[in-house]
Design a protein around this ligand. Structure first.
Ligand code: FPP
Length: 255
């Protein structure tokens, strides 16, 4: 993969609060390509190149977990050549950046069912996961063949396989059997490319996430865009279904 030199990043804005877990739907590669008279493959390539500076910037902000939607369970329905391009770019990303991410304390993890991934990608993912397993500065989850509903189904299936009784199928039990077990819920869900949808991403984990939609196509999402999303997050008033007062009379008007 050709490594584009990243333009100098703007000074880091101070934030009163920051998300522990950021998830990103990297949308708009195809439209970015069309707007530059390039092929969809070129768009995905540019999209893959946009990832590293975003990881770096989120790391500078002290974000502990980043989950990237690389390939959804629905994406298998795209033309075969496009599917191959995206999966190959995933493998190339791992080949190009695992060493550097490892040196910088990043732990790579995979979310999604590996069974349907081609062996060459599965092996690379596993190698990168094993290689970076001891790191604790930041976790980067690569969601490949991931679907939010499938994640919930497999969590419940695991619980049942463990012999859980109906009363043991609790929210906590489901959470601890999801692909993201042990990680905080998503605080900030970013979707680039102008669509306002969650598209079967981390549907359970993002229940109380702040949603940030931007018109910017993913290949143009850079350090300044990361800053803008985090500044907006810090402005939001998160209530988690409660009210912003401690008054007992006012309680009970959950949204
Ligand atoms: C959405 O754009 C993007 C994808 C379905 C694939 C994202 C993949 C990458 C950025 C490359 C490899 C990934 C990793 C994690 C290394 P779209 O094709 O739906 O764009 P459009 O809506 O403009 O057509």
């Amino acid at each position: 993969m050709v490594v584009k030199p990243a333009p100098a990043a703007p000074p880091l804005p101070a934030l009163a609060v920051r998300p522990a877990h950021v998830a990103i739907i990297m949308d708009g590669n195809g439209r970015w390509a069309t707007s530059h008279a390039l092929s969809r493959s070129d768009g995905h390539r540019a999209g893959a190149q946009a990832i590293r500076p975003v990881i770096e910037r989120l790391g500078e902000h002290g974000v502990g977990v980043l989950t990237l939607f690389g390939f959804s369970t629905e994406n298998w329905g795209r033309p075969r050549t496009e599917v191959e391009t995206i999966l190959k770019l995933g493998a190339e990303f791992i080949d190009t950046y695992t060493d550097e991410l490892n040196r910088n304390g990043v732990r790579l993890q995979h979310l999604g069912d590996p069974a349907r991934l081609p062996g060459w990608l599965r092996r690379r993912v596993q190698k990168a996961v094993d290689r970076t397993a001891g790191n604790d500065r930041m976790i980067v989850n690569l969601a490949f063949n991931y679907g939010g509903r499938a994640d919930i189904v497999q969590s419940v299936a695991r619980l049942l396989a463990e012999g859980a009784r109906p009363e043991e199928i609790t929210e906590e039990a489901i959470s601890t059997h999801l692909a993201t077990a042990g990680l905080p819920d998503v605080d900030l869900l970013i979707r680039t490319g102008g669509e306002h949808r969650v598209s079967n991403f981390l549907v359970w984990q993002a229940t109380y996430a702040e949603l940030y939609f931007t018109e910017v196509f993913w290949p143009d999402f850079d350090a300044a865009q990361v800053d803008a999303a985090l500044v907006e997050f810090a402005r939001r008033n998160r209530r988690f279904g409660l009210v912003p007062t401690t008054s007992v009379e006012d309680a009970g008007t959950a949204e």
